[in-house]
Design a binder for this molecule. Sequence first.
Ligand code: AFP
Length: 364
Amino acid sequence: MPLSKRSTLTQFLIEERRRFPDARGDFNALLLDVALACKAIARAVAFGELGGVLGNQNGDSGGSVNVQGETQKKLDVLSNDLFTRLNEWGGHLAGMASEEMDLPYQIPGKHPRGKYLLVFDPLDGSSNIDVNVSVGSIFSVLRAPEDVVKSGRDVTEADFFQPGTEQVAAGYALYGPTTMLVLTVGNGVNGFTLEPNLGEFMLTHPKMQIPADTQEFAINASNSRFWEAPIKRYVDECMAGKTGARGKDFNMRWIASMVAEAHRILMRGGVFMYPKDTKDPTKPGRLRLLYEANPVGLIMEQAGGRASTGRQPMLTVQPTSLHQRIGLIFGSKNEVERIERYHAEPAKVQDDNPLFHERGLFRV
Ligand code: AFP
């Protein structure tokens, strides 16, 4: 299809906005500022070592550490700066929160404040940067509480404690062979590809839908000894393939870059699991609720898929802290629902109890 026949992101947003005749355009302007930050990050990622942006923030001396206790890459810090600087001035935001910042980011006094909150992981998959594997940015837009908008006060952490169902927009940018922006504004999911000569995101994947079934799962299998029984059961059945309960073979993927996994799943189906496990009892999961699980979860649900903790729909979880972690399962609806069923069933009695073997008194 020739470029002239495709919509730009700007055109798409204006056409979407016509659903809300009273809209003033703040929302669209905010999303275009977010898109500009993603374009700037895409450029930095593309230049890699040539741009001097690879490696740890403080060189090889172990680098600076972020609030997550993780070594910060130069690109983590640069990406965070791009998100804050390109979004703070427009007058659409009451405040921001980021994986890379311990506290909420206050809009500087020289700029007007607006009615939205922007929450983001500026660069997800950082451990892949230096080995040239796809990474991404993840973002979520919430409405600021009324008293924040009315008073113009600084935001507090509690202002961000809104369940995923409250998101008014969410999406990710994937810095891969092509740079793509995948976005929902609550009316389905649409994918845009960056035209590098124009610097425009062009609508290339309208109304994306996830296949309800799949034969592909993604999990970091090196953690298997820490998994809870329902996850172990699900993965064992996938591994047993056509010789087991599922009666079909499965394939496994693990890129260690959730945005790349999410995009593959959005395009061809699949299920992603980074479940709550016993590896670190202080961490109820690796991924963060507000700026990873919720935005990706909204994208999945809007595309006909499902996102869950295993025990409840992801988007219904009530946040209690800015950087809280959570077990995350998302993807093809029928697979995620199967995993939820396994979590809901009473713990299967251990097979080593003879009373419950097939010829025992009780059939399991
Ligand atoms: P980094 O941003 O620290 O690389 O973490 C990426 C991530 O949050 C998510 O994108 C991956 O799916 C997951 O962590 C990979 O975790 P493992 O390294 O434990 O496999």
